[in-house]
Design a binder for this molecule. Structure first.
Ligand SMILES: [Zn+2]
Length: 286
């Protein structure tokens, strides 16, 4: 779609194109020429969308806060799932994972060597476990996605260290987010940091664009893919969700076709935020 200078801008601002996104489009065309991927207009959300995402994010954050109080030896991951499901519905939301490509539950619960996509079940948590709980809420059509690690009672020093380092990896990745940087910088920084602490970075899963859909461009790798990546611009919303392992980065998918576990059975940890790129950096939505 080629707009003339005096046409209404594609962004819905009702301003003339020349006074709105014309310069912006010209800049991006230059990045494209240099070999970067550039975001399609549908990936650039407006202020009204961001307000919607903040509301959705409030539910996701409240769930993650309250899960912290539930986590203790003896509780089953099904009981955690039941809480997530009921809280989401009570607050007008929909759990995005439920029935997503056949996923049977309203959140993911990934314990110890499980990297991600663990399915809640009747296994009770035991002292020393580490667990990731991953929540995605749809509210008024807006998706918000975040996960945290939780310690079950007293855990080993090794477990504590991988949980802390995974959280630091998320921060290191977010520090790379700024307008006209590349998403590939996120993966470079995370991989360098994780490796410096003795951990490997999972390659088979990454962050993703999100907003009006669960999964969108860009794919956000947490390691060096050797590609130039997509240019980040204000209004882009995506997750950063590094998964780091004690041993190999390689994984296996269990027979349930969801649960991803480390190939060597060693520990894995992950933290996740949904962020929006702003004019001077980023805002954590949840
Ligand atoms: Zn515009």
């Amino acid at each position: 779609m080629l707009l003339a200078r005096n046409d209404a801008c594609w962004c819905g601002s009702e301003k003339k194109y020349k006074k709105c996104h014309m310069e912006f489009d010209k800049n991006l065309a230059q990045y494209k020429k240099e070999g970067y991927d550039i975001p399609g207009h549908h990936l650039i959300l407006n202020e009204q969308d961001i307000v919607g995402l903040r509301e959705s994010s409030k539910i996701t954050k409240a769930i993650l806060d309250q899960v912290a109080d539930l986590i203790k030896p003896g509780i089953t991951t099904n009981e955690i799932n039941d809480f997530v499901h009921e809280y989401t519905l009570d607050h007008g939301g929909i759990p995005a994972t439920l029935d997503y490509h056949g996923f049977p539950k309203s959140c993911c619960t990934s314990i110890n060597e499980v990297i991600c996509h663990g399915i809640p079940e009747d296994r009770a948590l035991i002292e020393g476990d580490i667990i990731n709980v991953d929540i995605t809420t749809i509210f008024n059509g807006y998706f918000s996605d975040a996960s945290r690690m939780y310690l079950v009672g007293e855990v080993s020093d090794n477990a504590k260290k991988i949980v802390e380092t995974a959280k630091e990896c998320l921060k290191v990745g977010m520090d790379q987010v700024k307008p006209y940087g590349s998403v590939s910088d996120i993966g470079l920084a995370i991989q360098a940091y994780a490796n410096s602490k003795g951990y490997s970075v999972v390659r088979d899963f990454g962050g993703h664009g999100i907003g009006k859909n669960f999964h969108e461009d860009p794919h956000v790798s947490h390691f060096d893919t050797g590609t130039m990546g997509m240019i980040m611009v204000p209004g882009m919303v995506f997750t950063i969700e590094p998964m780091i392992n004690e041993g190999t980065f390689k994984l296996e998918i269990l027979e349930d076709e969801w649960t991803a576990v480390t190939k060597d059975g060693k520990l894995s940890a992950q933290w996740e935020h949904t962020i929006v790129v702003t004019e001077d950096g980023y805002e954590v939505l949840v």
